[in-house]
Design a protein around this ligand. Sequence first.
Ligand code: IPE
Ligand code: IPE
Ligand code: MG
Ligand code: MG
Ligand code: MG
Length: 300
Amino acid sequence: MLHNADLGWQLGPSLERIGREIDALFDEVLAGDDDVRGRLRDAMRHAAVGGGKRLRPLLVVGSGALFGVPRSLALRAGLAVEALHVHSLIHDDLPCMDDDDLRRGKPTVHRAYDEATAVLAGDALHALAFELLADRHTHPDAAVRAELVMELARAAGASGMAQGQMLDMLGGVDDLAQVTRLQRLKTGALIDWCTRAGAIMGYASPEARASLAGYALCLGLAFQIADDLLDVEGDAGSVGKRVGKDADKGKQNFVTVLGARHARAHAEMLVEQGIDHLKSFDEDAQLLCDIARYAIARDR
Ligand code: IPE
Ligand code: IPE
Ligand code: MG
Ligand code: MG
Ligand code: MG
């Protein structure tokens, strides 16, 4: 991948911190005793606690910081989108979808438990996301909470991630325009929600929201190109999931359509474009710029 020796140093402490914070919050929210919910809770914890880059929560924190949103509130919205993301990973790994057995360096939920438990743990994490957003501890303003909920529903649903996953399963995508459309929905919609969430919570101006939307569009695509490249060039030890699976399954993505070299160049161009959208925020957007560079320099 596109290693940059400085990146670990720049974003490393932020990633470590958000990782600790999200783990602690999941620990709190998914605490449970040995009652009948034990198995479902355990499966949710298996998927949600530990591992994962927590890039989506970091994006919420980074965009919220532009508008003075307190970190503790941004973290709760970040926890919500991470719960939704983990739901999508559990279901994405199921035998009826990508049929994967390794996720975040651990057996996938249907491997560690069983398929029914994996479907239900995914469902429960999906519901948890909306419960967290609707909770008054996430934001004192009910109108803000309603907008967060509405926008996440849109990002996750039939005009967003679920539709992207449908296109991915259907196949038949064979040019750059079609792959771009698919990946915008599959991965981009949730990433867009992350930057939108900070803006919603901080009552950002329409101009600021438009800048963030431009950034998020570029970032989402670049991020998915890196994911596709890691499937070809990464190793399971660092990536934490099996590699070579897209080719095995005959999936079309940026790498199959463009070739690895052009896909990487395309991702680099998207990152520069994304950063360009943040110019009006000056140095306040440093974290978001670092995230964009990390999105394609990562090895996991
Ligand atoms: C993987 O997302 C699935 C995609 C949408 C490409 P991440 O690469 O963010 O996975 P984690 O959260 O770090 O495990
Ligand atoms: C999954 O895309 C995207 C979602 C979960 C919505 P991939 O199938 O490429 O993700 P990985 O490679 O399994 O993490
Ligand atoms: Mg998939
Ligand atoms: Mg997959
Ligand atoms: Mg992938």
